[in-house]
Design a protein around this ligand. Structure first.
Ligand SMILES: Cc1cc2nc3c(=O)[nH]c(=O)nc-3n(C[C@H](O)[C@H](O)[C@H](O)COP(=O)(O)O)c2cc1C
Length: 395
C-alpha cells in the first residue's frame, strides 16, 4: 500500500485558530454580506459626460466575481461640475441612470455580489486631468480639454498657483444637496444595495469640514458645528431619499495629517464628533480613510496605516466600520477583523492587482468563498471545500 500523499500546505491552516472571521457573514446596517471584504471605490476615469460604458461592464464584471462581500462603485458625481475629471462617472440625470442600470443588469445576471455606490462632489478638486494625463487642474477655457470652474466652500485653490474656485452661495448649496438626493434615488431605482457619501480625500464635503479649505463666515463656516452643517444636511437629504432597507454610510478622512503645521486642520477628535452627529442621524457605517486636503500632509504610510483611525472611531461610536489602506495580506485582514479593530476591510490596489484576492485569502485562511460554477475547476488540489459545495462531473 502506498503512503498517503502529504497534505498540501494550505490544508493545515484552517482550524488552528478556528473559523475565519474575515469570511464570516456580517450585517452592514440592513444588508447581510457574505464576508467582510469590500471592494473599495475606485475611479475609472473612463466615461464620456458621466456615462457608464463597456469599460465599466468589464471592470465591475471582473470584480463582481472576486468573492468579496460588497462592491462599492467609484466616486460618482451628483452634478456635472462635481466630477473630479471629465472622465468621471455621473448620476446627475436619467441618461446616467439608464447607462449604469444596463451595466448592473448584466453584472447581476452572473453575480450575486451586492453593489453599492459612492456619491460624490469634487468641489475645488473638480476639473482635473485624468491621472494618466498628469491629473493637473484644467483651466475652464480650452473647450477641447473639457475644463470648468470648480466650486468650493471658499475661494481657496487646492494647490498654490492654481486659479481659485468659485464660492458656493446658499442657492449653490441647495442645488448640490438636491443633486445628492436625486442621485441617491436614481441609484436606488437601479438596485444599488448601499450608498456611501464621499466625505474624504479633500473633496467637497471634506472641504466643508476642514478649516484648511473652509473660511466661511456664514452658518457653514467657523465653529465645528458650522463646518459639519453642510455634510450633515447632505447626509439627511440622502437618508430621506432612499428606503431604510438601503444602508447609507460615510467615507471620511479621519485626519488631514497636518498637525505638524500647528495651524487649524481636521483631526481625529473632530472626526469623532462628526461620527456621533452622523450616528444620531442614522448612519449605517463609517469607511475610514484619511488625507487629501493639502499637499503639505505628512502621512505615515505603512501596512494598515489607517486601521487605528477606524478602530478609535468604532470604539467611540459603536458604529460598523470599514478599515482601508494598505491592507494587502490575508492574515493581516483576518487579524484586523478578528481583533475587532474594524468590522470590514476594504481593498483597492491589491484587488486591481489580483481580482481573485479573496479566493487566495480563503485558501490561506481555510475558509470558503463563492465563485461561479464556470470556475469551480480552479480549486487547487486538496482544497475541495474552498468553493463550498462545488461539485464537478464530466465523462
Ligand atoms: C485606481 C484608484 C481609484 C480610486 N478611486 C477612489 C474613489 O473613487 N473614491 C475613494 O474614496 N477612493 C478612491 N481611491 C482610494 C481607494 O479607495 C483606497 O482608499 C486607497 O487606494 C487605499 O487602499 P489600498 O491600499 O487598498 O489601495 C482610489 C484608489 C485607486 C487605486
Amino acid at each position: 500500500m502506498s503512503a498517503p500523499a502529504p497534505a498540501p500546505p494550505h490544508a493545515a491552516a484552517p482550524t488552528a485558530t478556528g473559523p475565519s472571521r474575515l469570511f464570516s457573514p456580517a450585517r452592514l446596517g440592513p444588508l447581510l454580506l457574505a464576508n467582510r471584504i469590500v471592494v473599495a471605490p475606485m475611479c475609472q476615469y473612463s466615461c464620456e459626460e458621466g456615462l457608464a460604458g463597456d469599460w465599466h461592464l468589464m471592470h465591475i464584471g471582473q470584480l463582481a466575481l472576486s468573492g468579496a462581500g460588497l462592491f462599492i462603485l467609484e466616486a460618482t458625481a451628483v452634478t456635472r461640475e462635481g466630477r473630479i475629471t471629465p472622465g468621471c462617472l455621473g448620476l446627475w440625470n436619467d441618461e446616467h441612470e439608464a447607462a449604469l442600470g444596463r451595466v448592473l443588469g448584466v453584472v447581476r445576471r452572473h453575480s450575486e455580489m451586492p453593489v453599492g455606490i459612492q456619491l460624490a462632489h469634487a468641489g475645488r478638486k473638480g476639473s482635473s486631468e485624468v491621472p494618466w494625463r498628469g491629473g493637473m487642474l484644467i483651466p475652464p477655457d480650452p473647450a477641447s480639454l473639457g475644463g470648468w470652474v470648480p466650486v468650493a466652500p471658499s475661494a481657496l485653490p487646492h494647490a498654490e498657483g492654481e486659479a481659485a474656485p468659485a464660492t458656493l452661495d446658499e442657492a449653490g448649496l441647495a442645488r448640490i444637496r438636491q443633486g445628492f438626493a436625486d442621485a441617491a434615488r436614481r441609484a436606488h431605482r437601479i438596485g444599488i444595495a448601499a450608498i456611501e457619501l464621499h466625505s474624504a480625500h479633500g473633496y467637497l464635503l471634506h472641504q466643508f469640514l476642514s478649516p484648511v479649505s473652509n473660511r466661511r463666515i456664514d452658518r457653514y463656516g467657523g465653529s465645528l458645528a458650522n463646518r459639519m452643517r453642510f455634510p450633515l444636511e447632505v447626509f439627511e437629504a440622502v437618508r430621506e431619499a432612499v428606503p431604510a432597507s438601503v444602508p447609507v454610510g460615510v467615507r471620511l478622512s479621519a485626519t488631514d495629517w497636518l498637525e505638524h503645521l500647528g495651524t487649524p486642520s481636521w483631526d481625529l477628535e473632530q472626526s469623532i464628533a462628526y461620527a456621533h452627529a452622523l450616528r444620531e442621524r442614522g448612519v449605517s457605517f463609517l469607511h475610514v480613510s484619511s488625507g487629501g486636503i493639502s499637499a503639505q500632509q505628512k502621512i505615515p504610510l505603512g501596512p494598515g496605516y489607517q486601521v487605528h483611525l477606524a478602530e478609535r472611531l468604532k470604539r467611540e461610536t459603536g458604529l460598523p466600520t470599514i478599515a482601508v489602506g494598505l491592507i494587502t495580506e490575508p492574515e493581516q485582514a483576518e487579524a484586523i477583523v478578528a481583533e475587532g479593530r474594524a468590522d470590514f476591510v476594504a481593498l483597492a490596489r491589491a484587488l486591481l492587482f489580483n481580482p481573485h484576492w479573496p479566493w487566495a485569502a480563503a485558501l490561506k485562511l481555510g475558509a470558503q468563498v463563492n465563485v461561479p460554477a464556470q470556475y469551480w475547476r480552479a480549486a487547487p488540489r486538496g482544497a475541495a471545500g474552498l468553493f463550498g459545495q462545488a461539485k464537478i462531473g464530466m465523462r
